[in-house]
Write a protein of this length. Structure first.
Length: 197
């Protein structure tokens, strides 16, 4: 159950925040002293295209390297716990950087968050499958999907409310801080190299 909660919690946290990268890129494009002969809309589109190109390239590599990455840790559970906290720290850094008007740092933090999410996905499926019998693995993954939807329905409006009241940077930092505070709820018990049941 904790493995499902860990997966659903991070996925909901990621999905509720990932789309904030685009307005950050748009704001950055307007302030860049480059390509000034191009209008702001086209400059923003160009920057967004370049950044997402690198994100998709890096996340594709991250997914392929997930198994190799997990072997660097004592267990898959340990890898998932570390990446959960790391993802929250990346968003916290992005929020604080945006708050301090350091948009390039915020963009790099988001890119790191995308990579972490894609490294985690194969590990999540493997860990959930290990935690339940083969007969109910499909039901477990369905439960994870439903739990993600529920958590997303809570986090997205909360983040939107904070962004409206305080701005995007503070909102992201506050949400990331809250996720770190409650991360112990999502921590999977580390049972060794093979994560035995």
């Amino acid at each position: 159950m904790v493995a499902i909660l860990n997966s659903a919690g991070f996925t909901a946290f990621f999905k509720s925040t990932k789309d904030y990268l685009q307005p950050i890129l748009q704001l950055s494009a307007v302030s860049l002293p480059l390509l000034l002969h191009i209008d702001d809309t086209r400059r923003a589109a160009l920057l967004i295209g370049i950044v997402y190109f690198f994100i998709f390239m890096l996340t594709s590599y991250a997914s392929k390297s997930s198994e190799k990455f997990s072997t660097k840790f004592r267990s898959t559970s340990r890898a998932l716990n570390v990446t959960f906290s790391s993802g929250a720290f990346m968003l916290l850094a992005s929020g604080l950087a945006l708050w301090l008007h350091l948009a390039p740092v915020a963009i790099l933090g988001f890119m790191a968050l995308y990579i972490i999410h894609n490294v985690r996905k194969p590990m999540n499926v493997a860990r959930i499958s290990d935690a339940v019998s083969n007969d109910i693995s499909a039901s477990a993954l369905s439960t994870e999907s439903q739990m993600t939807t529920i958590l997303l329905a809570v986090l997205s409006p909360l983040l939107g409310l904070l962004a409206d009241r305080l701005g995007i940077g503070p909102a992201l930092a506050i949400l990331a801080g809250l996720v770190l505070v409650v991360s112990f709820v999502f921590k999977i018990k580390d049972e060794g190299k093979n994560d035995a049941k």
